[in-house]
Design a protein around this ligand. Structure first.
Ligand SMILES: [Zn+2]
Ligand SMILES: [Zn+2]
Length: 188
């Protein structure tokens, strides 16, 4: 597994079929790569995702969630406990293994209508050796949670790899935010 990639093991067969269908039909207008899921709005004007931070002070989960909250059509909240079991709560954990080449992992499942049914994030403290990398990794995994796949431009934290060595942004790109606006511009 290469560093920074999300884990696809949690993806059920139906989700793989949905992803294939998405990739072989019409991509969204903004053309950013997607992982094939998005969060339901549940009758609200915008989908709401609560990132529940269980990490230590080294991980800038609050600051990176605030950056993702700039996207239109989807609200990202930073909390330290889930405000309600009926809400879209995504636990963010850290682990420490310098022998594991993954900076972070996002697990997710996709159910009916392409809606995520669950997601959780793990951030590897054993690899993130500086504040630039922790910020980039948190931004990267949170972007997967919202539905974005990898980008191949340094202006997006969704590019994989070492942030310092490769000069990768620690922020979502304008294209990432436009892709989310397109992904969440639908009825439910
Ligand atoms: Zn990734
Ligand atoms: Zn939907």
């Amino acid at each position: 597994m290469r560093a920074g990639t999300r884990n696809l093991l949690g993806l059920p067969a139906v989700a793989v079929a949905l992803l294939t269908a998405l990739l072989t039909t019409a991509p969204p207008a903004a053309a950013g790569p997607l992982i094939g899921g998005h969060w339901a709005k549940d009758g609200l004007a915008r989908a709401q995702i609560y990132f529940v931070d269980h990490t230590g002070a080294n991980w800038p989960v609050g600051g990176t969630v605030n950056e993702w909250n700039k996207a239109s059509g989807v609200d990202s909240y930073y909390v330290t406990s889930c405000p309600g079991s009926w809400l879209h709560c995504v636990n963010v954990w850290e682990w420490n293994d310098s022998g594991d080449n993954r900076y972070g992992v996002t697990f997710y499942n996709i159910g009916a209508n392409g809606h995520f049914t669950s997601a959780e994030v793990w951030l590897n403290s054993g690899l993130a050796r500086n504040a630039t990398q922790t910020r980039k990794t948190a931004c990267h995994e949170e972007g997967h949670v919202l539905g974005l796949d990898h980008q191949f431009t340094r202006t997006s934290c969704l590019m994989s790899g070492d942030a310092v060595a490769n000069g990768i942004s620690v922020y979502p790109s304008a294209d990432d935010l436009a892709t989310l606006k397109s992904l969440y511009a639908h009825g439910n």
